[in-house]
Design a protein around this ligand. Structure first.
Ligand code: M6R
Length: 612
């Protein structure tokens, strides 16, 4: 999705803006642009294509200004083109704006502005914004230092939809105004300068001190300060939050791709997730989570709501909540949940999992749950992200920044944290389970076991080389292995573009086995001793029909001989996705590399889906 960078300080803005845009490339985009305040007004340079294309536009060489805004656009309204790229200006170039989000009523606003003498050069929803600001600015008869701010506030009050905006103006040449609503934006504070971005990693090398914005807080930035206002121009007090992420965590560190680096970081990220929440003497605690026994006992349902990989982390951990806490637990896709009037009330706890904390559907589902009286708990990786500020409670995965579009280390950390949460709930509920002490030990072993799994890489790479030209690859599993199969299949399809589906192995005979023909590849996961014999039978059915197989297992398969077996360390089946998914992340990675694809930035995908 679109990315935003901004700078106001004493250095030349252009290199900082370009550097920030390059760091945002992973989000996926099709055009880029910058605007700076120059001696003779605002200069805009933009171009279809990559940041490299923008850098080759001649006009960019002349940018000297120390205040600037920049954007990578992922086309929604209007095709990728120079005209549709951001920044956008009004006709007189009084205002320049970059925008993330969607303005739902832009047609109405365009018509209104058209009747008031404004004209448009692009097909975008964004172009109404600088024009609307100019309209209100021209209408305001009071001439004081808040005039631009008032115009921005009036314009934003007319906008329906979501927006994160950076605004510069020839009427306020030493300042910049920023505001957000349902779209991420942070301000990085440094000495005599402010950095702005939609994503913390893009400006992490300049500062670790951030202002986190709530919806419709208007910020007037000058070089050495940030002033916060509400829509009635009341001053808002805002504290700086220190984000303890290592800037080098957002670099490739010698790896060919971010995805490969992040796969290999999993032992470390899982260790960070466990942190002091689970100690070797068996103490389980979750910081800042005060859920009483009385409250947890009053629940008749837990919902886990999320999208994509995060939803798969919910599927992988639902059985733990049911088994340990004896509370019915449902998993739902946020985009479905939000529109189907779910049966929830104050006796429901809704857990939202989101790596970015900015996924539009997940945020909407969270707001709906609150309206219906449920308590909400966010599981996120990004400190201060939108869902963490909306939810009643938040726990962080602490996996470090995840840059590759395909989620890997965030998934394993989500599964680990959700497992610890289930144990914590069971202990608060004083439910005695023989499983809990074993589970705690098993979770503590996971980081070193993932290290073991990562050593199996060459065998997986060899298999990937054999099958990378295939058109379809299927995944099978039962129970918890079905949840892991779904995640593995998603990983493969998103970065290899090979058609893939995951099936509950027992469902095969009810239709999908019709797809099996000679030579097709079927990947099967088997980690549950109670279900392995059943899955073996299903696997034999597909082998009989000519399939070649890859088996990921920690079981002794007895006298059953399969061609390609990846043996992973033993653990309790309920947490096995943390181990079984890792070789299949590598499988997807190697297939994508064999096909010569862009692993970190797969086509049509964005890292965080901030629009519906
Ligand atoms: O930031 P979130 O965890 O809310 O993102 C949810 C999904 O968009 C995300 O997991 C997506 O499915 C990944 N690209 C999968 O690798």
């Amino acid at each position: 999705m679109c990315g935003i960078v901004g700078y106001i300080g004493n250095k030349k803005a252009k290199p900082i803006l370009i550097n920030g845009l390059l760091r945002l490339e992973y989000r996926g985009y099709d055009s880029a642009g910058v605007a700076t305040v120059e001696k003779n007004g605002i200069t805009v340079v933009k171009s279809k294509g990559r940041v490299a294309a923008l850098e080759s536009v001649k006009a960019i060489d002349s940018l000297e200004g120390t205040i600037g805004i920049a954007h990578t656009r992922w086309a929604t309204h209007g095709k990728p083109s120079d005209e549709n790229s951001h920044p956008h200006t009004d006709g007189k170039k009084n205002f320049a704006v970059v925008h993330n989000g969607v303005i739902e009523n832009y047609n109405e606003l365009r018509e209104f502005l058209g009747k008031n003498g404004y004209s448009f050069y692009s097909e975008t929803d964004t172009e109404v914004i600088p024009n609307l600001i100019d309209y209100y600015y021209q209408k305001d008869s009071k001439d004081d230092d808040k005039k631009v701010l008032r115009a921005v506030i009036s314009a934003c009050s007319d906008l329906n939809g979501s927006f994160a905006l950076e605004i510069i103006s020839t009427f306020l040449p030493e300042k910049m105004i920023v505001v957000r609503k349902d779209s991420p934006l942070v301000i990085g504070r440094a000495n005599g300068e402010n950095y702005i971005s939609s994503d913390i990693p893009a400006i992490l090398s300049y500062t670790k001190d951030f202002y986190l914005l709530n919806d419709l807080e208007y910020v007037v930035l000058s070089r050495d300060k940030a002033e916060f206002y509400d829509k009635n121009l009341n001053v808002i007090k805002k504290d700086v939050v220190n984000i303890d992420w290592n800037a080098s965590a957002a670099e490739k560190d010698g790896y060919a791709d971010f995805m490969l680096k992040e796969i290999h970081e999993q032992p470390k990220s899982i260790r960070e997730t466990i942190g002091s929440r689970l100690t070797s003497d068996g103490i389980c605690s979750i910081e800042s989570l005060e859920l009483s026994k009385e409250y947890l006992s009053s629940l008749n349902k837990i919902y886990i709501v999320a999208c994509g990989t995060a939803m798969h982390a919910g599927l992988a951990t639902k059985p733990l909540f049911e088994k340990l806490c004896h509370i019915q637990t449902e998993v739902d896709i946020a985009s479905e949940f939000r529109y189907r009037d779910p049966l929830i009330d104050e006796k429901t706890l809704v857990i939202f999992i989101s790596q970015s904390g900015e996924t539009a559907d997940t945020i909407a589902a969270l707001k709906l749950s609150k309206e219906k009286g449920a308590k909400t708990l966010a599981v996120s990786n990004v400190i201060g992200s939108s869902i963490t500020r909306e939810a009643d409670y938040t726990v962080y995965t602490h996996a470090g920044p995840e840059i590759a579009v395909a989620s890997t280390k965030a998934y394993t950390s989500q599964v680990v944290l959700m497992s610890i949460l289930a144990i914590y709930f069971a202990e608060v509920l004083e439910i005695n389970s023989d499983l809990i002490p074993d589970l705690k030990k098993a979770i503590l072993k996971l980081p070193s076991q993932v290290e073991e799994v990562l050593k199996i890489d060459s065998m997986i790479k060899a298999f990937a080389k054999k099958v990378y030209t295939e058109k379809d690859i299927f995944f099978l599993g039962r129970g918890i292995d079905y949840a892991a199969a779904m995640e593995s299949s998603l990983k493969l399809k998103e970065i290899s573009y090979i058609h893939s589906d995951a099936y509950a192995a027992g469902e095969l005979k009810h239709g999908s086995i019709a797809l099996i023909e000679k030579g097709i590849t079927v990947v099967s996961i088997m980690t549950d001793p109670a279900l392995t014999p059943k899955t073996i039978s299903n696997l034999q059915e597909v082998i009989t029909r000519g399939a070649k197989t890859l088996v990921v297992t920690n079981q002794d398969l007895g006298d059953k001989v399969f061609d390609n077996v990846v043996k992973i360390p033993e653990t309790i089946s309920l947490i096995s996705p943390v181990l079984s998914v890792v070789p299949l992340q590598l499988f997807a990675y190697h297939i994508s590399k064999e096909k010569g694809l862009d692993v970190d930035k797969p086509r049509n995908l964005a890292k965080s889906v901030t629009v519906e």
